[in-house]
Design a binder for this molecule. Structure first.
Ligand code: ADP
Ligand code: ZN
Ligand code: ZN
Length: 690
């Protein structure tokens, strides 16, 4: 009978590498403790939470030196989740403790008391616009797709499928039916959505269809509520988990189906350590459980199109055509011709919507009032003290904000350099656009709503200059759904906002969609810039003309850009084909893996030296013939702009094979970080950066 537990202590220190052996007292032997159990263990002078990652008959540590755990906590995680965490640690160059942190019950690392948690009330989930509690009769396209998915589910081995269906083609109904099949087989389901607050309709449909067997897990719930939902899944009381990226770690046993809705959405990538991508974790989890992974989107990623067998839903369920899209060339429209940065045709179209008492959605992917301020006398530009970026004016709150680090300061009355009171405001964001459109359009019966990160944070936070004044944890959730509900309930009006307005909303009476500055996303120095631009336009167009005929206007100074032209023709097949050709020619994913290493320090010199040292370490491996399986090419170092007071240098590795490259990079970084002369330098490794 195993008497030794191999325990990974939940510490964030990278230098500490477990697992460590502990002696199990008699009462914890014989099945009471297994892989995935949570123990409180003595560790140095502290008591820490530890997770059992293995059991053994004996230990290399002398018996008298072995310590025993202080106690076991009720209800750990399934053993398969420990294995998944091990995979994540290796795959994303992180530590096992950090990866385990993802799979443990909510709040586990913060609460060591081990006391039984009070049963808390389950959260209530409201839905916007969901109106189909009973299963719908599928159309012919849907039936064909469902039959093929059911075939995949029947064989109970891992499959991946891409559901490439135009906006409004009834993808959600397919998810629901596939989930039903999985439940009938006695298997569980995970449904990933980009953000709960922005996808209340999808969540609502699952709850209406499956009731109590659905658990919703997301960060906006109060800690007790989150734990209650997690526990219902862990105990098998709930068999379907709906949630954002972290729901990929839900303790659903006998998993039969994972759905990733809007699979192109960048929120599936986690930006803290471990920098995991929930879509890749879903692939791995499906593989281990023999589950079907179903990726769905109207604008799938080139990677998915390339790798995964796809099914098409080429038509909207209501039989309506996709809306006509006009591209409006803004070159030469200047500041004089254009009213509030709007093309004359845009102004007319908005006036028409108002006259017809219909609804419009306007996308401007920039929040705040003005992009930057400058002094008219001396030219000073207000920038962030900690980052090399300009501060954005938020007029209602009376402050300037850094959109990278959150720094805020009062809006200036005069120039701090020369004292001039003449301060110029450049550019327009959503706050200013709302104000200006309201002046022109809102006669008291045609409201202008705004949805962006500021309004989502709740009116109080947007209006005060106190960061973090967002109030109760559920505020963002309720502010967004309240706003969406008000727009839905209004007889007519305009919803303006950032990309949040283009997510999966299903409002039947929107007849006009407008994208302003459509090439803004194209100007990002990122190989995914074109894909993002295409998706943004196609997704906004997808919100339009769902109940009545609709029309979309795209303002741009790059009307010939491939992404804009093909999006205006709704031609995602042609876009994907040409995008894959381009990526092949340049050696970008899916034809390679990119791994980014960022070295940061207070001064630029040490950051640069560290980056050079990492590159040299990788080069010398190659020279010594230790090159990992497959080839790797190291690009850089190249400077990134200063962020949060730190100068940054980045290296980009292009690798033909991911895991060996990650391992080689992990070793090189460890070697450099542990060597002399790189004090105060932080290293971060981002696999498949987004
Ligand atoms: P998508 O996710 O593809 O954009 P949705 O799943 O939101 O599309 O479906 C759009 C609308 O069509 C929803 O209101 C949904 O209830 C409805 N719908 C889906 N399938 C059918 C069907 N077979 N018959 C009638 N209505 C349907
Ligand atoms: Zn000045
Ligand atoms: Zn900043």
């Amino acid at each position: 009978m195993p008497s030794i537990a191999q325990v990974e202590p939940m510490t964030t220190a990278r230098a500490l590498r477990g697992p460590f052996d502990y002696r199990l007292p008699a009462e914890l032997r014989g099945g009471a403790v297994g892989v995935g159990s949570m123990l409180v263990v003595p560790f140095g002078r502290r008591e820490v939470l530890g997770v059992v990652v293995g059991l053994a008959e004996s230990s290399e540590v002398a018996a008298e030196k072995l310590l025993a755990p202080l106690r076991a906590l009720e209800l750990g995680v399934p053993a398969e989740m420990v294995a998944l965490a091990e995979w994540i640690a290796a795959e994303y160059c992180s530590t096992l403790a950090r990866a385990l942190g993802l799979v443990l019950p909510p709040g586990a690392t913060r609460r060591l008391s081990g006391r039984k948690r009070r049963a808390v009330k389950r959260p209530e989930h409201l839905s916007v616009g969901a109106r189909a509690p009973a299963a719908l009769a599928l159309n012919e396209d849907q039936r064909a797709v469902l039959a093929s998915l059911q075939g995949a589910l029947e064989c109970r081995v891992a499959h991946e499928r891409l559901l490439h269906g135009v906006t409004g083609s009834g993808k959600t109904e397919i998810y629901l039916r596939a989930a039903e099949t999985a439940l009938e087989q006695g298997r569980g389901v995970i449904v990933l959505v980009p953000e709960i607050a922005l996808t209340p309709q999808t969540v609502g449909r699952f709850i209406e269809r499956f009731g109590e067997t659905v658990a919703v897990l997301h960060s906006q719930l109060r800690p007790g509520e989150r734990y209650a939902e997690w526990r219902r899944l862990r105990e098998g009381e709930a068999r379907i988990c709906v949630g954002p990226r972290s729901a990929v770690f839900a303790p659903v046993e006998d998993l039969g189906l994972i759905v990733v809705d809007e699979e192109h959405d960048s929120s599936y990538k986690h930006e803290g350590d471990p920098r995991y991508d929930a879509r890749d974790v879903a692939v791995e989890r499906a593989r281990r459980s023999g589950a079907l992974l179903l990726l769905g989107s109207a604008t799938p990623r080139a990677e998915s199109e390339h790798r995964v067998q796809s099914s098409l839903l080429p038509r909207r369920v209501d039989g309506r055509p996709l809306p006509h899209v006009d591209v409006l060339d803004m070159r030469g429209e200047g500041l004089h011709g254009a009213q509030q940065g709007l093309h004359p045709e845009t102004v007319q179209a908005l006036a028409r919507v108002r006259a017809e008492r219909a609804k419009a959605i306007v996308l401007l992917n920039r929040r705040g009032w003005s992009n930057f301020l400058s002094c008219r006398s001396c030219g000073q530009v207000w920038s962030c003290p900690d980052c090399d970026v300009a501060l954005v004016l938020h007029r209602a709150g009376g402050f300037l904000a850094c959109h990278h680090c959150g720094h805020r300061e009062r809006a200036p009355e005069r120039c701090s350099a020369c004292g001039s009171t003449s301060v110029a405001r450049h550019g327009a964001g959503t706050e200013r656009l709302q104000h200006e459109l309201a002046v022109v359009l809102d006669d008291g019966a045609f409201p202008v709503f705004r949805l962006d990160a500021d309004t989502a944070a709740g009116a109080s936070a947007a209006a005060s200059s106190e960061p973090g004044a967002a109030g109760a944890p559920a505020t963002r959730e309720s502010a967004v759904s309240a706003l969406l509900r008000r727009f839905e309930a209004a007889d007519c009006g305009v919803l303006i906002g950032t990309q949040m307005v283009a997510k999966g909303h299903d409002f039947p009476d929107v007849t006009l969609g407008i994208v302003l500055d459509a090439d803004a996303t194209l100007r990002f120095p990122d190989f995914r810039a074109e894909e993002r631009t295409f998706a943004l336009i196609a997704q906004l167009a997808g919100r339009v003309g769902r109940g009545r005929e609709g029309h979309v206007l795209v303002q741009t100074i790059a009307p010939q850009a491939r992404a804009i032209e093909l999006a205006s023709r709704h031609d995602s097949e042609a876009f994907l084909t040409s995008e894959l050709e381009r990526r092949l020619a340049l050696g970008y994913p899916p034809f390679s893996h990119l791994i980014r290493i960022v070295c940061s320090a207070e001064q630029s010199e040490p950051a640069r030296r560290a980056a050079v040292a990492v590159r040299d370490a990788l080069d010398s491996r190659a020279a010594a013939g230790e090159e990992p399986r497959g080839s790797i090419a190291v690009l850089g170092p190249a400077p990134l702009f200063r962020l949060r007071g730190r100068e940054r240098e980045s290296l980009v590795v292009k690798a033909s094979s991911r895991l060996p490259a990650v391992q080689a990079i992990g070793e090189a970084v460890q070697r450099v970080a542990g060597s002399r002369g790189h004090h105060g330098v932080n290293f971060s490794v981002d696999v498949d950066p987004q």
